[in-house]
Design a protein around this ligand. Structure first.
Ligand code: ARG
Length: 458
């Protein structure tokens, strides 16, 4: 039975009912709805709308209902009520009779759903922060194990300068750290309680809304009822966090796909996160990474969805706002799954060190060092750059690396080049010179890893 039958003389068309009902997705707010209802019962008792005895009976029935239905959420979804608020109220009335009908005094589904969704978002922030940390710890482990593994660094997907695999892992760890902080900020900003705003104008009962807010773990209560029932900033912000983080995960997936390709062959993804081809027996496809990359699109789509839904909505609540949930649930599930999946990918990652070293050595990634060497011998940088360009052209024609050229060959381009050039061209020396905060020098990475261990593993 709907919560609003009195004013109607005809039943809803079944097609409209299906179109309008939200229980098949907002069943996910069951626990939040029960939690909010318990707090509302207490608030009503404080203003004597309910006796202490009535309040206790309602809370007991809500506890029973919660216990009974935990783990049976799909049954709730199929119960046929209009939405989760109608479901909880119906079940409550079944348990305590007429008393159940008192709980909705001074409350509207508008402030109720606003509350439920904020509670849900708050819990989701906590869960997702955990998941981000879990992936960060996996990245840290792999970084720690590969501190000295010299890896080709790219710009424009052209080999540029050598880095280490640890430094590569820590780059993504930094991005995830910002994702973590963003989640924490969203959690903080949303943590203001809308309950007591009623339909749009505020409840007509003298509820102590600050006390109610504290009871539900909020920092305080909202200051404008029109805003409180129609605010979905937290949905937009959470989806924005999800989108940015999915973009990070997608870039990481793309890097791994490239490094795992037959052409690069820098690393091998574990059998646990790859699949085969039904036709080509030799294939081992990086499906986990491809799906992460693909799912980024869907999460960004949900962000666009909510922004577009809320844009141009008149105050206060409009039914359009019911569209806030499916995209949110789907995007957060997807993000969480992708964080976990990427952690699994890193758990089984194997580096092909010989191939990596050969690639880091090739591609003339020590050309900048040669230019700096000339600068140290008094050649102006612009001229040094030009000379090294010519040396590289010559070396390519000879099919040799820079360090394979003889001193005589070097001297054809600039006679200041001597035997002392060779140590400068080594990969180890290139790394060691970048001994600056955030640079690739192995001791910098080591210090960073130790600091991160303190932060993430303590
Ligand atoms: N199912 C609704 C939603 O998700 C609950 C609020 C309904 N409010 C109303 N006035 N019809 O937004």
């Amino acid at each position: 039975m709907a919560l609003w039958g009195g004013r109607f003389t005809q039943d809803s068309d079944v097609r409209f009912k299906h179109f309008n009902d939200s229980l098949r997705f907002d069943y996910r707010l069951f626990h939040e709805d029960v939690e909010g209802s318990r707090a509302w019962a207490q608030a009503l008792a404080q203003v004597k709308v309910l006796s202490e005895q009535e309040c206790a009976s309602l809370i007991q029935a809500l506890n029973e209902l919660e216990q009974e239905m935990t783990g049976r959420e799909l049954e709730i979804a199929a119960a046929g009520d209009e939405d989760i608020h109608s479901y909880v109220e119906r079940r409550l009335i079944e348990k305590v009779g007429a008393l159940g009908k008192k709980l909705h005094t001074g409350r509207s589904r508008n402030d109720q759903v606003a509350l439920d969704l904020k509670l849900f978002c708050r819990g989701a922030c906590d869960d997702l922060m955990q998941a981000v940390r879990h992936l960060q710890r996996e990245l840290l482990k792999v970084a720690d194990e590969n501190q000295g593994v010299i890896f080709p660094g790219y710009t424009h997907l052209q080999r540029a300068q050598p880095v280490t695999f640890a430094h590569f892992c820590l780059a993504y760890l930094q991005m995830l750290d910002r994702d973590f902080v963003r989640l924490n900020n969203v959690r903080d900003l949303l943590n203001i309680c809308p309950l007591g705003s009623a339909a749009l104008a505020g409840t007509a009962y003298p509820i102590d809304r600050e006390a109610l807010a504290k009871n539900l773990g909020f920092k305080g209560a909202t200051h404008n009822s029109l805003d409180a029932v129609s605010d979905r900033d937290h949905v937009m912000e959470l989806l924005s966090c999800a989108s940015i983080s999915m973009v990070h995960l997608s870039r990481l997936a793309e890097d791994l796909i490239i490094y795992n390709s037959g052409e690069a062959n820098f690393l091998e993804l574990s059998d646990k996160v790859t699949s085969g081809s039904s036709l080509m027996p030799q294939k081992k496809n990086p499906d986990a990474c491809e799906l992460i990359r693909g799912k980024a699109g869907r999460v960004v789509g949900s962000l666009m969805g909510i922004l577009t839904t809320v844009k141009a909505l008149p105050l206060a609540y409009d039914k359009d706002l019911q569209e806030d949930k499916e995209g949110l649930f789907d995007a957060l599930d997807t993000w969480h799954e992708c964080l976990d999946m990427m952690a699994l990918v890193f758990e089984g990652i194997k580096l092909n060190k010989a191939k990596i070293e050969a690639a880091a050595k090739g591609g003339y990634s020590n050309a900048t060092e040669l230019a700096d060497y000339l600068v140290s011998k008094g050649v102006p940088f612009r001229e040094a750059h030009d000379i090294v360009g010519q040396v590289v052209l010559y070396a390519i024609a000879q099919n040799k690396a820079l360090e394979e050229l003889s001193v005589e060959e070097f001297k054809r381009f600039k006679d200041v080049i001597a035997e002392d050039v060779y140590p400068i061209l080594s990969l180890e020396s290139i790394l060691a010179k970048r001994d600056v905060l955030g640079g690739v020098a192995v001791n910098q990475t080591k210090a960073e890893i130790e600091a991160l261990k303190q932060q993430l593993l303590a």
